[in-house]
Ligand binder design. Structure first.
Ligand code: NAD
Ligand code: UDP
Length: 388
């Protein structure tokens, strides 16, 4: 069926059925929303959780997408229904993964199984049934920059050749095996190589996405509110939690690592272009990030504190930040990526995509959401009388 939509080359786009694995997570929830609101495509949403897409599955009135999204609660580790769902679809998008750094060194087996072993049947079913696959990898696949091995005062550290990360040229540089932080990156690297080989040897039509710190509403959880009290989410949720509770933000190893952050809504535009432009996206690996939004983690903490003060009307914590060692925060075996600047040449050339939202603006909308969603719940949780 034609959709009235045209691709980047002016050809009509046909409505498709998409098997989205990990649809109930942060990225999946935004992608489902986009597909329901702006396209006629159908989604078979696969996950073990559905809280983040509840508003799409059980809306208060009948929305135009009512018959276009179906939730399938299943664990892809051990469910024979998976192949049937992939066969029923034109495209499979695999987002399922353990992808919080606090797990990489403390649950390395689960991390490796989730990011490599559990993804194997997905690749196999797509290849055997000649179905297109969009697989979510990570920017962490690049590991450390070449520049990080140069002397601290070397002028070459300022040369982009030594730090900009290019899909088709940069090496993947991980630490030693005892630094189990790299279990995730290594598992993601091997599944990328397997998908690439399936493309080369068996003709699998694939696209690999390497997200560079996508952030926004619904990312992870707030410990003790909608996730475990002792849980350690990714940095946006850690710092949001600190701000909501009026506590100092914890800077791991001084907060010197650098990251580029992209707004989830910008990044989802890139994924939709991949979905609807297979001729331009197949066979490619894409960095998806915002090279203009680079900060150190310390600068991120400072900016989040300023933005939160503005959106909440509350005074900043008396001690805004404290330093903590990575060993104390994450445990043995943690290591870090020093700097992550995506090269944008390939995505720009193939899909004409560029990120738009500045770091300040994306933090303002995200922290407005965090405050609206969690401030009351935190107040209630912290004012409960202690049992005697
Ligand atoms: P997320 O944890 O919010 O979402 C992952 C979803 O997969 C969760 O809902 C989880 O329940 C589901 N899942 C995991 N294992 C499953 C299984 N065995 N069966 C069924 N469902 C399962 O994470 P996210 O941020 O949305 O990330 C999605 C993908 O993007 C991951 O592959 C991740 O490695 C990659 N990625 C994301 C970022 C980012 O900036 N958010 C950065 C790098 C890579
Ligand atoms: N980090 C921090 N304090 C926190 C949480 C994270 O200083 O409370 C640091 C972490 O050590 C890393 C960066 O923030 O250098 C980004 O961490 P995140 O968990 O978002 O994932 P990563 O970008 O490393 O994949």
């Amino acid at each position: 069926m034609a959709t009235g939509r045209v691709d980047l080359d002016g050809n009509p786009i046909k409505a498709m059925t998409i098997c989205m694995i990990g649809a109930g997570g942060f990225i999946g929830s935004h992608l489902c929303e986009k597909l329901m609101n702006e396209t006629p495509h159908k989604v078979l949403a696969v996950d073990v959780y559905s809280d983040k897409i509840k508003h799409l599955l059980e809306p208060s009135s009948t929305p135009p997408w009512a018959d276009r999204i179906q939730f399938h609660r299943l664990n892809i580790k051990n469910d024979s229904r998976l192949e049937g769902l992939i066969r029923m679809s034109d495209l499979t998008i695999n987002l399922a993964a353990i992808c919080t750094p606090a797990d990489y060194n403390t649950r390395p087996l689960d991390t490796i199984y989730s990011n490599f072993i559990d993804a194997l049947p997905v690749v196999k079913y797509c290849s055997e049934n000649s179905k297109r696959l969009i697989h979510f990898s990570t920017c962490e696949i690049y590991g450390k920059t070449i520049g990080s091995f140069l002397p601290k005062d070397s002028p070459l550290r300022q040369d982009p050749e030594y730090f900009v990360l290019k899909e088709d040229a940069s090496p993947c540089i991980f630490g030693p095996i005892e630094k189990q932080r790299w279990s995730y990156a290594c598992a993601k690297q091997l599944i990328e190589r397997l998908i690439y080989a399936e493309g080369a040897e068996n003709g699998l039509e694939f696209t690999i996405v390497r997200p560079f710190n996508w952030i926004g509403p619904r990312m992870d959880f707030i410990p003790g509110i909608d996730g475990p009290s002792e849980g350690v989410p990714r940095v946006l949720a850690c710092f949001s939690n600190n701000l909501l509770r009026g506590e100092p933000l914890k800077l791991v190893d001084g907060g010197e690592s650098q990251r580029t952050f992209v707004y989830i809504k910008d990044a989802i535009e890139a994924v939709l272009l991949m979905i609807e432009n297979p001729a331009r996206a197949n066979g490619h690996i894409f960095n998806v990030g915002n090279p203009n939004n680079e900060v150190t983690v310390r600068q991120l903490a400072e900016m989040m504190t300023q933005v939160y003060t503005k959106v909440s009307g509350e005074a900043p914590p008396e001690t805004p930040t404290i330093d903590i060692s990575s060993k104390e925060f994450y445990g043995e075996g943690y290591d870090d990526s020093d700097k992550r600047i995506p090269d944008m040449t390939i995505i720009n050339r193939q899909l004409g995509w560029d990120p738009k939202t500045s770091l300040w603006d994306l933090l303002e909308s995200t922290l407005t959401y965090q405050h609206r969603t969690y401030a009351e719940a935190i107040k209630k949780a912290t004012s409960k009388p202690v049992a005697s």
